[in-house]
Design a protein around this ligand. Structure first.
Ligand code: HAM
Length: 420
């Protein structure tokens, strides 16, 4: 069989040991932090009607226009794999009564974008995100950024930076687009082909073009806040002031746009130096989406876990250092000891002790080798004489010492080793 028969689809990966230990650490610490901030979990379907994403993210965004995995099912329905988590949450909240207007929800799971696979860009990637529903309020935005900052610290990250900007009020959009177009129009011939297209379709996106020629021009552009109304600027100043009060360092970046159309008011992005060209580890912002006669508002963020893993390793937090491993390994001399150990193994596990033993009837020497490889700090050795006396040889693998212990002594020594 060709080796490709064993490969996942390009841009998608199996996640297994050892790196899965990092993923599990991130997931369990996230749940703990979210609980402290009063957020509860939501698991929306991985596939939705395509319109769920189009109406929230915006038709002209790259994610919707180029990157969605869409299909028509047997019933002729237009469906898409979710490219992000916010649209599904908005759909959920839209279908609830008024009591859902201030829900605090978090999610974690796979997202799909048909991007060109490259370092830091996957076609199936994973996000941990939150959505705090409710009307605009600078304190909620600051709290959300503070939560994210706290979360990253709990994961063990220190060297990240937060860039902050505003998309202004929905009413400001036209003025911002007009102002930016007026400033860019004389420079249009110098912009890249994509930006010339963006100029008409979604002019703000010119600001975050990665082409050098475009960046040179954009660096001279006036900050978008200049085209916005006073309340939009006051709102951003208030978010910045509150973050200062919470001792959270942020850099204002007037060029930060974010690629999704639902944003209104605050937007932010978190970068990490261990990431290469795709240095955004997370992004978020305040949004507003109209669904029929309802307006759904909230603030939230999502972190891309593949990039978080790279950042963690960049800060020396490795999967290997988190590998749980057994507390104790059992070694048997002879068939009778093997069977007695099998029973002991089960009893220890029922007492919450992680343990293992070789099931293949190997020699004592080979069993000791397996015990060493397992990383267990202690080994229990039993042969005929231990069975006769009702005792156990307990070997400390670090010290190299060995002692003869009774059952109560054995349990007293092993129980404190129990993990979390
Ligand atoms: P986003 O900036 O599109 O925002 O994605 C958030 C994060 O997901 C990115 O910073 C990045 O770490 C990760 N990410 C995105 N695309 C890929 C990819 N192809 N491969 C690997 N990682 C990727 C959102 O998704 C918004 N829903 C965030 C939000 C929530 N805003 C408000 N609430």
């Amino acid at each position: 069989m060709a080796s490709s028969s064993f490969q996942p689809i390009q841009g998608m990966s199996d996640l297994t040991t050892p790196e899965i230990y990092l993923w599990q650490m991130v997931e369990s610490r996230s749940r703990d932090v979210f609980q402290r901030y009063g957020f509860s979990e939501i698991r929306t379907p991985i596939m939705e009607h395509t319109k769920v994403f189009v109406r929230s993210l915006g038709e002209t965004t790259d994610v919707v226009s180029k990157e969605m995995y869409s299909l028509e099912d047997r019933g002729g329905r237009h469906l898409s794999l979710r490219p992000e988590g916010t649209a599904g949450v908005i759909r959920h909240v839209g279908g609830q009564g008024q009591e859902a207007a201030e829900l605090r929800l978090y999610y974690m799971g796979p997202m799909f974008r048909a991007e060109r696979p490259q370092a830091g860009r996957k076609r199936q990637f994973h996000q941990v995100g939150v959505e705090s529903l409710g009307a605009p309020n600078p304190a909620s935005d600051a709290e959300c950024i503070a939560l994210q900052h706290h979360l990253f610290n709990e994961w063990g990250l220190k060297n990240f930076s937060i860039r902050l900007n505003t998309r202004g009020l929905p009413e400001d959009r036209q003025a911002v687009a007009d102002g930016l177009r007026a400033w860019l129009r004389p420079r249009l011939p110098e912009l890249c082909e994509d930006c010339r297209r963006r100029f008409d379709l979604n002019v703000l996106r010119v600001l975050d073009c990665k082409q050098e020629a475009c960046q040179v021009i954009v660096d001279q552009a006036p900050p978008v806040t200049e085209f916005m109304s006073e309340p939009a600027r006051v709102y951003l100043d208030e978010v910045t002031r509150l973050l200062g009060k919470l001792s959270i360092a942020v850099t204002r970046d007037p060029k930060l746009v974010r690629g999704l159309d639902y944003y209104a008011h605050t937007v932010w992005e978190i970068t990490h130096p261990a990431l290469g060209a795709q240095d955004a580890m997370a992004g978020g912002g305040r949004y507003r989406v109209t669904l029929g006669n309802r307006v759904i508002e909230g603030v939230g963020f999502a972190a891309g876990l593949e990039r978080v893993m790279t950042a963690l390793e960049g800060e020396g937090i490795t999967a290997q250092s988190l590998a749980p491993g057994p507390n104790v390994w059992l070694v048997s001399m002879g068939d009778r000891a093997f069977e007695e150990n099998l029973e002991l193994l089960q009893m220890l596990r029922r007492h919450g002790i992680a343990c293992g033993m070789d099931m293949n009837g190997r020699s004592m020497k080979a069993q000791m080798r397996v015990a060493g490889k397992s990383g267990a700090p202690r080994v229990i050795i039993r042969g005929e004489s231990e069975l006769e006396n009702g005792t156990f040889q307990l070997k400390d693998m670090q010290e190299g010492t060995q002692e003869d212990v009774t059952m109560p002594e054995l349990m007293a020594r092993l129980t404190p080793l129990r993990v979390q």
